[in-house]
Design a protein around this ligand. Sequence first.
Ligand SMILES: [Zn+2]
Ligand SMILES: [Zn+2]
Length: 359
Amino acid sequence: MKALAKFGRPADFGSYRFIDVPEPVCEDDDIIIEVKAAAICGADMKHYGVENGSDEFGSVRGHEFSGEIIQVGKNVTDWKTGQRIVSDNSGHVCGICPACESGDFLLCPEKVNLGLGYGTYGGFTKYCKIPGEIIKIHKHAIWEIPEGIDYEEAAVLDPICNAYKAIAQRSSLLPGQNVVIFGTGPLGLFSVQIAKIMGAVNIIMVGLEDDTKVRFGVARELGATEVVNGSKEDVVARCQELCGGRDSIGLAVDCAGANIALKQAIEMVRTNGEIVRIGMGFQPVGFSINDISMKAISIIGHMAYDSTSWRNAIALLKAGKIKVKPMITHRMGLSEWDRGFQLMANKEAIKVILTYDCD
Ligand SMILES: [Zn+2]
Ligand SMILES: [Zn+2]
């Protein structure tokens, strides 16, 4: 079967190749699914267009995927063929660290994500193995997809759960507060929706000039009360003006990761305000962070989700309270993966769904 793989050692960026890989073998505790939908994520994008020159197989990519169970090992009793499932993409955890003990499996220092971690096989292919080892330790490593949710919506549950945990479980947002969200990708757009569900009054989306093409419009459709163009506007002044002044912003959510977003977030939130940082940047912070102390701001570093996030996000999706379809801008065969990545890179796409088309 064909697969989109990344070559090179774990720390290397880049080197995607479309290659032949063997079909997975189902051992006694494993589950094999036929992948029905896999989404391109920002975490895949950072490797796109980079050549590291390595010929060493890294992983089959694709950590946001759903599919149908086509085979179960003889020891598997909880799952059967024909069930529609979505993976939370955990492939290995230790089971004994403080994070695992509290059910925060995705924060396990030993965790390996299917489609991300070195040596793993993710969803950008035809068949994918859910290792028996993970299901024994972490029973919610896969979830059955309820009726009313289709495969492509389920494949995008990863960023929904991520935004859900960031705002609903990590921040102390109260109904009636205002929220500013930096970054117009799926995490930002799902954060808009969660903030709306939680009763935020003003939900301001901050993006850049190239977000005027597609993403600002979708942000408004999904609940952003205003959008601010950071390429043209004074972001701090404009957000405070829209929300009602200096003391009006209790929560900023950074889904962008650029240092400028963190700087502006620190400047705009009120005293005792909160900043949840989801996005990633790779440059050292080049500004004073004294305001964190002066204004007693809490900066909450956020990663991933837990089973509570999944249970509740699935319920919200099933109830129609979270919308995915306006964000799925493109659907194509896996063989066209390069076009999908290009559309993501130039921000014409928000979510691209790839389906296997190679036999
Ligand atoms: Zn992702
Ligand atoms: Zn652990």
